[in-house]
Write a protein that binds this ligand. Structure first.
Ligand code: TXA
Ligand code: MG
Length: 345
C-alpha cells in the first residue's frame, strides 16, 4: 500500500476534479484571487462538508462560481442593469456580485439570506473545471476559518490535508487577495469587501460614486475580529520611519521579525530575518499571504507591514492588514482612516 500523504492529493487532472464534484466530493481549485474549496452548489450535503472542513460557522454564506455571465439568470432574480454592466466589464475577474437569489439554491449556500454571491473567476483551470462540471460551484477560500487564504496548491494541502478530496494545481494566484464583493440586491451598489477590482474601476464603469459598506446591515465577509491572520503578530504602520522605530524596539527585545514594505526602510539592523520589497501594490497583494505563511514557517514573532495608500488595490490590502492585525491583543493597526470611511462614521 502506498501511503496517501497530502501531496498525493495535488493534481492537474481537471476532468477527474469535475467528476468528483458531480459525486458530491470537495475539490480545491485555483482562481486568480486565491484557491477555493469547491462543492456542487446544488448539493446541500456536499456544501455542508465545506463548512466542516473549514471549521466555518454556518451563517457565513458562500460564493457560487459560474463558467460565464450567460448563466446568471439561472441563479439570480431581478438583475439590475448595473450588475450587467459590471459583469460585462469585469467577468471573468475578481468581482463577486450579491444579487437576489433563485429560490432553489440551498439555504446552506446562502446562509438563509434572500441574496446570493456570484462570480466568474479569471483562471483557465477554474474555467475549464466549471465548464466540464456544467453547474455552479460553491467555494469559499480553501483555508481553515479565520486563517490566511491559500495562494498555492501546496498551501491548501497544508491547511486542509485529507479534509479535501482533490487539489487542482494551477500555480500561484495572480491577484493574491480575494475578490471585491459588490451588493446589488437593493438600493445603490455598495462594496461589502474591497478586493481585486478597485473602487475606482467600479465607479468609472458605473459612472457614479460607490460606497464602502463593510460594517452595514448585510452580513459582510470577514467581520470577525480575527481574519486572514498568521500565527506571527502583524504590526501595521504608515511610514518607513515608523517601521524602523518598531523594528528597533522589537529587535532590542530579541524578537524575530519580517518586514513588508513598498519603500526601503533606512538603517535596518540585523534583527530582521526576512524583508520583502514589492515594487507596487499589485505585487504587494500577490505576496501578502505568502509573506504571512513564510513568517510562520520561519517561526518569526512578528511581521511589520508599511500600509500602502488607501486607493486602488491599497484599499483591499489595508482591509486585510487591519483584520490580520486584530488577531492579537498587542497588535497595532493602521490609523483608523479606513475603518471610519467604511462604516460611514
Ligand atoms: O476571491 C474570492 O472571492 C474567493 C475565491 C475562492 O473566489 N472566495 C472567497 O470566499 O473569498 P470566502 O467564503 O472566503 O469569502 C466570501 C465572503 C463570505 O465571507 C461571505 O460573507 C460573503 O462572501 N458573502 C457570500 N454570499 C453573500 C451574500 N449573499 N451576502 C453578503 N455577503 C456574502
Ligand atoms: Mg475566506
Amino acid at each position: 500500500m502506498i501511503a496517501r500523504g497530502p501531496d498525493s492529493l495535488i493534481t492537474r487532472d481537471v476532468a477527474r476534479a469535475a467528476e468528483l464534484l458531480r459525486r458530491g466530493a470537495l475539490v480545491a481549485f485555483p482562481t486568480e484571487t486565491v484557491y477555493g474549496l469547491g462543492a456542487d452548489a446544488l448539493n446541500a450535503d456536499a456544501v455542508a462538508r465545506i463548512f466542516a472542513a473549514k471549521g466555518r460557522p454556518a451563517n457565513h454564506p458562500l460564493i457560487i462560481h459560474l463558467p460565464s455571465a450567460e448563466v446568471l439568470c439561472a441563479w439570480a432574480l431581478d438583475i439590475p442593469e448595473a450588475a450587467w454592466l459590471l459583469a460585462r466589464r469585469f467577468w471573468p475577474g475578481p468581482l463577486t456580485l450579491i444579487l437576489r437569489r433563485q429560490e432553489y439554491i440551498p439555504d446552506i449556500v446562502t446562509g438563509g439570506l434572500s441574496t446570493v454571491g456570484l462570480r466568474v473567476p479569471a483562471h483557465p483551470v477554474a474555467l475549464e473545471l466549471l465548464r466540464l462540471f456544467g453547474g455552479g460551484v460553491a467555494a469559499p477560500s480553501a483555508n481553515r476559518f479565520g486563517r490566511v487564504s491559500p495562494t498555492e496548491a501546496q498551501h491548501v494541502a497544508e491547511e486542509l490535508g485529507a479534509a479535501v478530496d482533490l487539489i487542482l494545481d494551477g500555480g500561484p494566484c495572480r491577484v493574491g487577495i480575494e475578490s471585491t464583493i459588490v451588493d446589488l440586491s437593493h438600493g445603490e451598489p455598495a462594496i461589502l469587501r474591497p478586493g481585486g477590482v478597485t473602487r475606482e474601476q467600479l465607479e468609472q464603469t458605473l459612472g457614479r460614486p460607490v460606497a464602502l459598506r463593510t460594517g452595514g446591515p448585510v452580513r459582510a465577509p470577514g467581520q470577525h475580529a480575527v481574519h486572514y491572520a498568521p500565527q506571527a503578530r502583524v504590526i501595521v504602520v504608515d511610514s518607513a520611519g515608523e517601521a524602523r522605530a518598531v523594528i528597533e524596539e522589537l529587535a532590542a527585545d530579541r524578537q524575530r521579525l519580517a518586514v513588508l514594505a513598498l519603500e526601503p526602510i533606512p538603517g535596518l539592523n540585523a534583527g530582521v530575518k526576512a524583508i520583502s520589497m514589492p515594487s507596487d501594490e499589485q505585487e504587494m497583494a500577490r505576496e501578502l499571504y505568502r509573506a504571512f505563511r513564510q513568517a510562520d514557517a520561519l517561526g518569526l514573532d512578528a511581521i511589520i507591514v508599511v500600509a500602502p495608500p488607501a486607493s486602488g488595490l491599497g484599499l483591499a490590502i489595508r482591509d486585510r492588514l487591519r483584520r490580520a492585525a486584530q488577531a492579537g491583543a498587542g497588535n497595532r493597526t493602521p490609523n483608523d482612516y479606513d475603518a471610519k470611511r467604511s462604516t460611514g462614521v
